[in-house]
Design a protein around this ligand. Structure first.
Ligand code: HEM
Length: 204
C-alpha cells in the first residue's frame, strides 16, 4: 500500500487545492493554541471551559463545511472540490475528539462522574450519538472501505452524515454553555461552570 499524503492527489502529485484546504484546517487549532497561550480563555483550569466551547464550535463549523462541499461543487462548477471533502470530514472528527478530551480534563478525569453525566444529560446523550456516527463515517472514509462494504452500503452509511450533523447542532443548542462570555453561545442567565465543581444539576 502506497501512502498518499494529505497534500497529494490520487496520482501522488502535489495538489495546491488539497494543500490549501489542509492549511485552512490547521488555522483553528493554531488559533486555539494562541488563545490558550495568551490567556484569552482565562488561566488553567478555568481556560478549559473556553477550550471546550470553542473546540465544539469549530467541530460543528468544520462538519458544516464538509457538508457544503457537494453543493459548492455544483454551484461553482468545480468538480475537483470533491478531493477535499474527505479531508474536511476527517478534520471535523479530529476536532471533536479533541473537544471530548478537553471535556474529560474539565471534569478532572473523573470517569465515574463523566459516565453519569453522559448518560443523564440529554445534550451529552445526543452528543455521544453524533460522535459515534462521526467515528463510523471517519473509519470508513478510505477507498478500501468502499471496496469492502460495497458502494451501496457505503453510500447508505455516508448519507447518515445529515443525521450526525442534526444531532451535533441539537447538542450545541441544548448545551448550557461552559464559556458564556463569547460567541453565539451567549444567552442571558448563563454562568461559567468552574471545573472544580462539575455539576449535573443544571440540565439538559
Ligand atoms: C461524546 C461527545 C461529546 C461530549 C461529551 C461533548 C461535551 C460538551 C460539553 C460538556 C460542552 C459544554 C456545554 C455544556 O456543558 O453543556 C459542549 C459544548 C459544545 N459542543 Fe460538545 N460534546 C461532544 C460532542 C460534540 C460534537 C460531535 C460536536 C459537533 C460536531 C460538539 C459541538 C459542541 C458545541 C458547538 C458546543 C458549544 C455549545 C454552547 O455552549 O453553546 N460536541 N460539548
Amino acid at each position: 500500500m502506497h501512502l498518499i499524503w494529505p497534500w497529494q492527489d490520487r496520482n501522488r502529485r502535489f495538489s495546491a487545492l488539497k494543500a490549501s484546504a489542509l492549511a485552512l484546517m490547521l488555522v483553528p487549532a493554531i488559533r486555539l493554541i494562541y488563545q490558550l497561550d495568551t490567556g484569552e480563555f482565562g488561566f488553567y483550569p478555568l481556560s478549559l471551559g473556553g477550550l471546550v466551547y470553542w473546540s465544539g464550535v469549530w467541530s460543528t463549523a468544520i462538519l458544516l463545511f464538509a457538508l457544503a462541499v457537494t453543493p459548492a461543487q455544483t454551484i461553482f462548477r468545480w468538480p475537483a472540490l470533491i478531493d477535499v471533502r474527505r479531508m474536511i470530514g476527517v478534520t471535523a472528527l479530529v476536532y471533536t475528539i479533541a473537544h471530548i478530551i478537553v471535556y474529560f480534563a474539565l471534569r478532572l478525569w473523573n470517569f465515574a462522574f463523566i459516565a453519569n453525566e453522559m448518560m443523564t444529560r440529554l445534550t451529552l446523550i445526543v452528543a455521544t450519538l453524533s460522535t459515534i456516527g462521526l467515528i463510523a463515517l471517519g473509519s470508513t472514509s478510505l477507498d478500501a472501505a468502499i471496496r469492502r462494504m460495497g458502494a451501496r452500503n457505503w453510500q447508505w452509511l455516508h448519507n447518515t452524515v445529515y443525521v450526525v450533523t442534526v444531532l451535533a447542532i441539537l447538542h450545541a443548542l441544548l448545551s448550557r454553555g461552559s464559556f458564556p462570555e463569547r460567541g453565539w453561545g451567549l444567552r442571558p442567565g448563563r454562568t461559567v461552570r468552574p471545573p472544580q465543581t462539575p455539576c449535573s444539576g443544571d440540565r439538559p
